[in-house]
Design a protein around this ligand. Structure first.
Ligand code: BDR
Ligand code: CA
Length: 313
């Protein structure tokens, strides 16, 4: 059976992804690791614990990094997901606690116990993963696969003109991540925003089960945010799409590209931009990039994605 770890800054779209990982019977979810991002670490951890309870599973949660690797300032996305990251409806009151082991040590321990077997879905800033790579590079080279929700893909960013939130929150962490020899599949923000739940899909998810209702409630701030911006009730759930790619790649990915991905972190204006060089522009000056280091998903079967999520919860 496939073995997974989900590394998350548990905001409301992470909640959907976690529920999917917890409910999918064909995988073994070894643990959930948390990191600061959408909200600060303790809140992200409580949110993850709450999703585990609502999913009626017993999977352990491990707290990871409170701050980005080098940046002295944390950013968050409370304007999108709510102050508690989960819609500010008072839904978060977990009965359980995180394990007494650091997320980075848990990840290293699992990879060392199951070399070349563990697949890691990174759906928040990559701080924990970067630190694990820096701490135990040899062991971490034996991760089987990284699925990464991060980068703006081939479009503009959502955190700055250039950068997507998860990268912008800790761009330095993308340096060891992208340098690692482990196969990587990137789900950028561009495909996520093209494959949203529409009003009818949200209604179906809500009515499907108690878990479905909880997940829609968690996303209420995000739905309102989209309504204000675009005049319609849409739900973009990037982390759920990333997890769908991880779980059901052959069924939902229609197209992807191999690229050499490189993260800019030195200049303020381009901080968090990930250049995805696919060498297709015949007019461009060709840089001597090393060989491709990632696959980027460019086209999704939206209906399949939506059906599979609703079916699962
Ligand atoms: C990413 O940033 C967060 O707001 C979401 O949880 C997702 O991981 C999208 O840019
Ligand atoms: Ca996230």
């Amino acid at each position: 059976m496939r073995k997974f770890i989900i590394d998350t800054d548990t905001g409301s779209d992470d909640a959907v992804a976690l529920a999917m990982g917890l409910k999918e019977q064909s995988i073994e979810l070894l643990g959930i690791t948390t990191v600061s991002g959408n909200c600060e670490l303790d809140q992200a951890t409580d949110n993850a614990l709450m999703v585990v309870e609502h999913s009626e599973r017993t999977v352990s949660v491990y707290k990871g990094c409170r701050y980005p690797l080098l940046k002295d300032k944390r950013i968050n996305a409370v304007n999108v997901h709510g102050n508690d990251g989960m819609g500010d409806l008072g839904l978060i009151h977990p009965n359980t606690k995180a394990k007494n082991k650091h997320a980075v040590d848990f990840i290293i321990e699992m990879v060392s116990k199951f070399p070349n077997e563990i697949e890691i879905a990174i759906i928040g800033p990559a701080t924990n993963i970067a630190l694990a790579i820096m701490k135990e590079p040899e062991i971490m080279s034996k991760v089987k696969q990284f699925f990464i929700m991060g980068t703006s893909g081939f479009a503009l960013g959502n955190a700055s003109t250039m950068a997507e939130f998860n990268v912008y929150a800790d761009a330095e962490s993308y340096v060891p991540l992208l340098r690692s020899s482990v196969p990587k599949t990137i789900i950028g923000f561009d495909v996520c925003i093209e494959n949203t739940f529409e009003e009818e899909d949200i209604k179906r998810l809500y009515e499907k089960s108690n878990l479905g209702k909880f997940l829609v409630d968690c996303n209420s701030t995000l739905i309102q945010y989209n309504h204000k911006r675009m005049g319609c009730k849409l739900l973009d759930i990037p982390d759920a799409l990333a997890l769908a790619v991880a779980l059901w790649k052959d069924e939902i990915v229609i197209e992807s590209k191999d690229v050499y991905a490189e993260c800019c972190y030195k200049e303020d204006k381009t901080y968090g931009l990930v250049i995805l060089n696919d060498n297709t522009d015949v007019l461009a000056v060709k840089h001597q990039y090393p060989s491709n280091n990632a696959e980027v998903v460019t086209k999704i079967n939206r209906n399949k994605f939506i059906e599979k999520v609703i079916e699962l919860v």
